[in-house]
Design a protein around this ligand. Structure first.
Ligand code: ADP
Ligand code: ADP
Length: 232
């Protein structure tokens, strides 16, 4: 089964002669329980692919699915609900709410959904990300690595179908980055979650089960069991 997929995805920004074909017929599956990295040069369409697969943006043609749901069948309200309830996000800039505590940030997607969540899952998540003694701190009192670990916990809090991570180590030193990547990898391997990560860092991609490579809006290569030297 696939957690998410795009089929013949085309995305054109703008129109006519000035239109940019950011995706030019990309088909890719993100199977349940797999950690996939998307790599490629700057401007190759990585962010566009992630945004369209996650329902943050719409395709010009082709299809994007989360689970069995064809995103093109959803109106804006349902698309917002799908992003809230079935997709998790981790961003380069952490994007935590500064006025909320760590515990409140982690619970935010659940609280927005009016959902209880699974208390055992949340407790295990807090332990795995190593934030048990930071629960009442605000983001400004944490290091970047700690903030990103909060963001990882938040992304998984509602047990989403798929977590999308956009350059999650881009603002971190290599040690904190390795910690965050380790958490993403463990979520996939120990709890069968699904992660799709955009990165241009071969060290980050080496944590994935599979790497797909984009160039000029096309999928040009894929590699299973990547290592940093093979990805370079
Ligand atoms: P990557 O993430 O690999 O750097 P992007 O998906 O951001 O690539 O961009 C792919 C192409 O689409 C680039 O040529 C970029 O300039 C263009 N692009 C991205 N977003 C927009 C936008 N909002 N409007 C116009 N062009 C865009
Ligand atoms: P609404 O349509 O209610 O304003 P949003 O477009 O903000 O909802 O998106 C809902 C969910 O998607 C939120 O959980 C948010 O984290 C995520 N999201 C959407 N777009 C972005 C973005 N550009 N940056 C960060 N999170 C986003």
């Amino acid at each position: 089964t696939t957690a998410a997929r795009v089929v013949d995805a085309v995305k054109v920004y703008g129109t006519g002669d000035t239109g940019v074909r950011a995706l030019d017929g990309v088909s890719v599956d993100f199977p349940v329980g797999r950690f996939t990295a998307i790599m490629g040069p700057s401007g190759s369409g990585k962010s566009t692919l992630m945004h369209c697969a996650a329902g943050l943006d719409t395709l010009t043609s082709g299809a994007a699915h989360v689970g069995d749901t064809d995103l093109s069948t959803l109106d804006d309200r349902r698309l917002t609900l799908l992003r809230r309830d079935r997709v998790g996000f981790v961003f380069q800039a952490f994007n935590l709410v500064p006025t909320l505590t760590v515990a409140e940030n982690i619970r935010l997607p659940l609280d927005l959904a009016g959902a209880e969540g699974d208390p055992e899952w949340i407790a295990a998540l807090i332990d795995v990300v190593g934030l048990r003694d930071r629960l009442h701190h605000r983001p400004s009192e944490l290091s970047g690595g700690q903030q990103q670990r909060v963001a990882v916990a938040r992304a998984f809090a509602g047990q989403p179908d798929v977590v999308f991570a956009d350059e999650p180590t881009g603002n971190l030193d290599s040690r904190s980055g390795e910690e965050v990547l380790g958490l993403l990898g463990r979520a996939v391997r120990q709890t069968s979650r699904t992660v799709v990560m955009v990165t241009h860092d071969p060290m980050a991609a080496a944590h994935a089960d599979e790497v797909v490579f984009l160039a000029d809006g096309r999928l040009v290569d894929r590699m299973t069991a990547p290592t940093a030297d093979k990805v370079l």
